[in-house]
Design a protein. Structure first.
Length: 365
């Protein structure tokens, strides 16, 4: 078993360049098996995982994957002090055969490359959308009935607010990293693997700086990031990643007959007890489980380095500066959580104490 509590120089180099790091065999089997058992129990209940997700996310077996393993010590050494998770995002992707039925992209699911890799950033609103292009009143700032009030009080079907702050200047949640622990074999691409746009973190950080410096919204509806985009012959989809980022990382991409460009992913190949640490700024996606013979099971945590005066981060939310149900939280006088969030989006390495010397040296070079 891997008992390391500090990244090696090579691992720091990989983390700095790729925006993620894989840690092999760092979570004991007694912890992964207990977590897997809890997921199986919920899968067997009527309605499955989705219906019972709220109860499942609070299962005591999941925080132990971090809090009672070397993974937690390594995170604390690398990131600095963070709120120990009390909740998690357990996931299970069942195997399925891709259908030839047309998707919103105008092509059958069987023709979508890389097992449906459509990368996004965490902390974005996702909800009911206009179905046809003539229903869209604005591609940049849509305000049809689908978006309710169209302000910070509107929450998506994923519970994430349309805007984080009352002034509607921040349209993306902010945390330091998401951390995934594998509960079973995902060593072959096609078993529901997490997939990343590896190495895109610096470009994403630069994009947020550009948005901030433009004086407008940071996130969707800000400079260079329309909230919606046309897809297929007459479809509409959320614009989960700015065009500028997609174009910078288009090497190796594939194009389907409808004209959609599909980016090439970095698949994360994990086995039980392995973990992956990923910067918030790395676009990512869960891919389809077409080759597996059992549900792909991972447990994810959204963690954040302690921000003095900031909210306590429980481990599951992609909008930790707001309550889970979108409620506004109380903060000490003089503390502006939205400005702090923007500052950190524009300087992601500032939240990694154990990387400071390495980052300073390599940025200078």
């Amino acid at each position: 078993m891997n008992t390391q509590t500090e990244l090696s120089i090579q691992q720091k180099h990989d983390f700095f360049n790729d925006g993620f790091i894989i840690l092999r065999d760092i979570v004991p089997r007694e912890l992964t098996r207990a977590a897997k058992r809890r997921i199986h129990i919920m899968l067997s209940r009527e309605g499955g995982l989705y219906r019972h997700y709220k109860d499942l996310s609070s299962g005591v077996e999941f925080p132990r994957l971090v809090n009672e393993s070397p993974l937690g010590e390594l995170l604390r050494y690398t990131m600095g002090e963070f709120d120990a998770p009390v909740k998690a995002m357990p996931t299970a992707l069942r195997p399925f055969d891709a259908s030839t039925e047309q998707t919103v992209y105008g092509v059958p699911r069987t023709e979508i490359p890389n097992f449906g890799f459509v990368p996004h950033l965490d902390g974005l609103w996702a909800g009911r959308l206009p179905q046809k292009r003539n229903e869209v009143d604005s591609w940049i700032s849509p305000r049809t009935e689908h978006f309710g009030t169209g302000d910070a009080t509107n929450r998506g079907q994923n519970n994430t607010p349309l805007f984080q702050d009352p002034a509607c200047a921040l349209a993306i949640g902010s945390f330091t990293a998401f951390v995934g622990v594998a509960l079973n074999d995902q060593t072959e691409f096609g078993r529901g693997n997490l997939a990343l746009l590896g190495g895109a973190h610096n470009a994403v950080e630069d994009f947020f700086k550009m948005q901030r410096d433009s004086g407008g919204v940071v996130g969707p509806e800000g400079e260079g990031w329309p909230r919606l985009k046309p897809v297929g012959k007459n479809g509409v989809a959320l614009n989960a990643l700015p065009k500028e980022i997609r174009e910078k990382f288009s090497d190796g991409s594939e194009t389907t007959p409808d004209g959609t460009v599909w980016l090439q992913p970095t698949p994360i190949l994990l086995d039980e007890g392995d973990a992956v640490i990923v910067l918030h700024a790395v676009p990512h996606c869960g891919t389809e489980n077409r080759h597996g013979h059992e549900p792909r099971m991972n447990v994810y945590f959204r963690l954040r380095k302690h921000r003095p005066g900031g909210a306590t981060v429980l481990g599951d939310s992609d909008h930790p500066d707001r309550g889970w149900d979108g409620e506004f939280l109380d903060y000490p006088e003089g503390y502006d959580p939205w400005q702090v969030a923007i500052d950190k989006l524009c300087d992601h390495w500032s939240e990694w104490d154990g990387m400071q010397e390495f980052v300073a040296q390599h940025q200078a070079e």
